[in-house]
Ligand binder design. Structure first.
Ligand code: PEP
Ligand code: MG
Length: 891
């Protein structure tokens, strides 16, 4: 028969720390603290299996359940000499939820359960403190009505505030027993008025009501949303903890508090916490009274004149400090503790691993490794890679007030403040006169590159996580919020409106690219800081990981930054991004809009020296490290001139009429540019483009080899290949140019020619393609787009609804869809290896910087991952964690 209830108390427990899935985090740790002999009020935990049974059986309880709970109440009675519902020997309990993973705010706690009109008198007599008894009773009515009977907390707060005002009291603690009695009367009347029935008086009814409420809370919308956001399966269920009450509100020798064993914001090894005298847990959180410091050291540092716990209750303080240290050593992690002191005696109510900032996480991990508490491998495993973002960009001070006007996608991390401008030219002009600006566009296009460069951050109303704005901003390391759909942008009027407020050019906003929030005005920021601890963890991670980490970079600035973040080469140089700016975009347009090969060659001649010098610089920066250069792959619409001025500019440069150019532009118009004339299709139709690029690469390689003294081995990558024939066609051109350059210069250059696998057909035919291709790089941006048939640029408008409606858990452009897109990657990798043993395999889509996707890459056995410069440290750490995980799996 299933065991639904586990008891604990007085130095023993039926469960322990290992029973987290059955007893929930709180229950397992309460049991563990008992096993350690720590002072924990006795109680019992109802298992998560009981919760699952409850849902599987039409929200009913199992047969033996009531008897089990009664037996467990007897267990508490045996240990305390008190009996639930017995006014002679009154036992009150607390009821708390506790899932396997901590889910703060899912369900509040019910304290003082068992009180009613009769037992409150017993409590008064028993404690010799009537004021305390009535205070406890009114708290219970308030909490129970709110948590179990769903009445608004505010309604009771209002009653209390009115009474305090009427009586002239500032603090709750000033109310006398009689005054609380009066408040209780008002509370009970409120309950009856709202629910049409009196407040439940039978303690057993109260208990079963609370147990049912905890179980039901598992399926409330708040909990469902929380689980969705944190990937917690509904099948885990929640446990319920029922525990004998101890009272922090039993007068001046009683108190309640919370503490972290180390500082959760800096990681410093000092106890950090606060407490309130004569109070219950919720008072600390409610912020009505200012809590006091626990240690003298903290009190002095805070300049507080209220006595510390150390001073006020030295004995309880000494036991608490000893227990804190013991728990931290036992769990080998920073603990978040809750305690109550009842008439001088300390009771522990909770311990769990404490939440911390990224900075604190690094310091704690490094310190604990130095203290010998954990290994370096464990230290590496303890850091959440995504949290490193907090350290790599200026971020909004968590203490700052946020006036949110809209929310979009967190497209590129970091925060930026500036005056809003609506065009890239304006951005440049303002920048030139020393102003900081946020570029606000409906969406961005290559014409906006100069504006994006000039701006502190980019905000768009449309576009997803792999839209132009998002990809380019990430590459630049600039904060970006994309797809903020509630913004109304009116270029003509020069306004942006949100939530009924209209913002004009020059008005200040702040964007938070880490959360997607758009805020009014400027907000206090914290600057990035690469501390020593950060470096240590990175070094330890590097020693563990198997995959190499490269970067996606095309500008020298990005390449340098990526190297400083530890990139081991370039995995993707998007050459089209090298033509977004100034003169180059005009030459690029000339090339695209040329009618004849002759015209095109003339335009290409202009582009060649620019490309060569770009590559030379990249080769020099990456001296000795691999550099993968991808041949041109622009969806053409990104480069076509749009405004009349742009058309005129290109017509003049090409010396053709505006009309002819307009006509040519119209001919090139595509309905589906993302699936149109791009990638290797461009090289097949206009081989001279690929030839120019190959020439630039080989000439630069020869020159860089001479300058650096070490030969450069370029990796040339052909994009958007579906057919082996496409690849062969382009490779033949590359090989011919290579031969020519080598003959001209008399220098032999070793090089590799490979392809991106970014179309389902390429993955399915990878064995055939690998006969010619010397490496593969999985382009999972396009592979996701083409596998799902969802446009990368238009996905944001409906994917969020998919997520909200539970149709799709994750945006597949953010975290790889392992089952579908991942399957194609797996097939591609296996087939590639089958045809060419040891073929070099990498990934360069946005997934290369996403920790969950990196775990998948490790599983498939890719050789390297490549991501935008700012994600390099995240990728290094995630790759190490993935290596540890897969080593564990195979051992
Ligand atoms: C890809 O498709 O995954 C890729 C890296 O190429 P791009 O994003 O430039 O299309
Ligand atoms: Mg692609």
């Amino acid at each position: 028969m299933a065991k639904w209830v586990y008891t604990f108390g007085d130095g023993t427990a039926e469960g322990g720390a290992g029973d987290r899935s059955l007893l929930g985090g709180k229950g397992a740790n309460l049991a563990e603290m008992c096993n350690l002999g720590l002072p924990v009020p006795p109680g019992f935990t109802i298992t998560t299996e009981a919760c699952n049974w409850y849902y599987a059986n039409g929200q009913t309880f199992p047969d033996s359940f009531e008897a089990d709970v009664t037996a467990a109440l007897d267990h508490i009675a045996a240990l305390t000499g008190r009996r639930f519902g017995d006014p002679e020997k009154l036992l009150l309990v607390s009821v708390r939820s506790g899932a396997r993973a901590s889910m703060p705010g899912m369900m509040d706690t019910v304290l003082n359960l068992g009180l009613n009109d009769a037992t409150v008198e017993a409590l008064a007599a028993d404690s010799g403190d009537a004021r305390f008894a009535y205070d406890s009773y009114r708290r219970f009515i308030q909490m129970y009505s709110n948590v179990v009977m769903d009445l608004d907390h505010e309604a009771f707060e209002e009653i209390l505030e009115e009474e305090k005002a009427r009586l002239g009291h500032d603090l709750d603690t000033a109310l006398s027993a009689a005054e609380w009695q009066h408040v209780i009367g008002l509370y009970k009347a409120k309950v009856e008025e709202e629910l049409g029935k009196p407040f439940p008086q039978d303690p057993h009814d109260q208990l079963w009501g609370a147990i049912g409420a905890v179980f039901s809370s598992w399926m409330n919308p708040r909990a469902i949303t929380y689980r969705r956001l944190h990937n917690i399966p509904a099948s885990w269920g929640t446990a319920v903890n029922v525990q004998a009450m101890v009272f922090g509100n039993m007068g001046e020798t009683s108190a309640t508090g919370v503490a972290f064993t180390r500082n959760p914001s800096t990681g410093e090894k000092v106890l950090y916490g606060e407490f309130l005298v004569n109070a219950q847990g919720e008072d600390v959180v409610a912020g009505i009274r200012t809590p006091q410091n626990i240690t003298e050291q903290a009190r002095i540092a805070a300049g507080s004149d209220k006595p510390s716990l150390q001073k006020l209750m030295p004995d309880a303080f000494a036991s608490f400090m000893a227990i804190s240290e013991r728990l931290e050593n036992h769990y080998r992690d920073m603990q978040d503790l809750e305690f109550t002191i009842e008439r001088g005696k300390l009771w522990m109510l909770q311990t769990r691993s404490g939440k911390r900032t990224a900075k604190a996480a690094l310091k704690i991990a490094v310190d604990m490794a130095a203290e010998g508490l954990i290994s370096k491998e464990e230290a590496v495993a303890r850091i959440d890679p995504a949290s490193l973002d907090q350290l790599l960009h200026p971020t909004i001070d968590p203490k700052a007030e946020r006036n949110v006007i809209s929310v979009g996608l967190p497209a590129s991390p970091g925060a930026a403040t500036g005056e809003i401008v609506f065009s890239s030219d304006e951005a440049e002009e303002m920048r030139a006169i020393g102003k900081k600006v946020i570029l606000v566009r409906v969406e961005t296009s290559p014409e906006d590159i100069h504006g994006m460069h000039a701006a502190e951050g980019i905000l768009t109303a449309r576009g997803g996580m792999t839209s132009h704005a998002a990809v380019v901003a990430r590459g630049m390391g600039k904060p970006c919020v994309s797809g903020a759909g509630s913004l109304r942008i009116d270029y003509k009027a020069g306004t942006m409106s949100a939530l009924g407020t209209t913002f004009r050019k020059g008005d200040i906003v702040t964007i938070d690219g880490s959360t997607g929030q758009v805020l009014k005005g400027s907000v206090a920021m914290l600057q990035p800081e690469l501390s020593g601890d950060f470096a240590s963890i990175m070094e330890w991670a590097d020693a563990i990981r198997r995959m190499t980490v490269r970067t996606n970079a095309e500008t020298p600035a990005d390449a340098r930054m990526a190297r400083s973040f530890g990139a081991e080469g370039i995995g993707l140089c998007r050459t089209e991004h090298m033509f977004f700016e100034g003169e180059r975009v005009v030459a690029m347009r000339e090339m695209i809009l040329s009618d004849t090969e002759k015209e095109r060659r003339a335009a290409l001649d202009l582009l060649l020296p620019m490309q060569r010098s770009d590559f030379l610089e990249l080769f020099e920066i990456m001296a000795g490290l691999p550099v993968t250069i991808r041949l041109l792959d622009p969806p053409l619409h990104e480069f076509l001139p749009k405004t009349e001025e742009e058309i005129e500019e290109v017509a003049t440069a090409m010396d053709v009429s505006v009309d002819r150019l307009r006509q040519r532009t119209e001919t090139l118009h595509e309905f589906n540019p993302m699936l149109g004339h791009r990638g290797c299709r461009l090289a097949v139709t206009y081989p001279e483009i690929a030839e120019m690029q190959a020439r630039a690469i080989f000439e630069a390689a020869v020159e860089a080899g001479k300058r650096t003294g070490s030969p450069v081995v370029p990796e040339i990558m052909v994009p958007l290949v579906g057919l082996k024939e496409e690849f062969d066609f382009v490779k033949a051109r590359i090989d011919a140019v290579a031969r020519n350059v080598m003959d001209e210069t008399g220098v032999e250059v070793e090089y590799l020619t490979g392809t991106m696998i970014e179309l389902p057909r390429a993955a399915l035919r990878a064995d055939v393609i690998a006969e010619s291709a010397e490496f593969f790089s999985f382009g999972t941006n396009d592979l996701t787009q083409t596998t799902f048939g969802i446009s990368r640029d238009d996905a944001a408008s409906f994917l969020e609804v998919y997520r909200q409606k539970g149709v799709m858990e994750q945006d597949p452009f953010v975290s790889i869809d392992v089952e579908g897109v991942g399957e194609l990657v797996r097939i591609g990798a296996e087939k590639g290896r089958g045809a060419r043993a040891g073929i070099k395999l990498g990934i360069c889509g946005e997934h290369g910087g996403d920790p969950a996707s990196i775990h998948f890459c490790e599983e498939v056995g890719l050789d390297y991952i490549s991501c935008s410069p700012f994600r390099v440290p995240i990728a290094r750490l995630a790759a190490a964690q993935a290596a540890v995980k897969s080593a564990r799996k195979s051992s």
